[in-house]
Design a protein around this ligand. Sequence first.
Ligand SMILES: Nc1nc2c(ncn2[C@@H]2O[C@H](COP(=O)(O)OP(=O)(O)OP(=O)(O)O)[C@@H](O)[C@H]2O)c(=O)[nH]1
Ligand SMILES: [Mg+2]
Length: 62
Amino acid sequence: MYTLLSGLYKYMFQKDEYCILILGLDNAGKTTFLEQSKTRFNKNYKGMSLSKITTTVGLNIP
Ligand SMILES: Nc1nc2c(ncn2[C@@H]2O[C@H](COP(=O)(O)OP(=O)(O)OP(=O)(O)O)[C@@H](O)[C@H]2O)c(=O)[nH]1
Ligand SMILES: [Mg+2]
């Protein structure tokens, strides 16, 4: 019974999770696209100014 109820709860309230790979050459606009997407779809996220985005060194894990 507990499993049934917890499964129903998860089905109703859990958010879907997606994995997205952004692939492109240097200076293709990957970081800009990521920042713009986060700004557009996350109301609480205050986006980085476009002029401040420079070449990414290492990883960019959101
Ligand atoms: N005109 C134009 N410029 C863009 C667009 N998207 C990004 N840029 C510019 O392209 C340049 C590189 O953007 P980045 O987002 O740093 O590119 P990146 O793919 O993350 O680069 P790396 O981190 O070096 O791999 C920046 O000067 C951006 O302002 C676009 O849609 N149009
Ligand atoms: Mg980058």
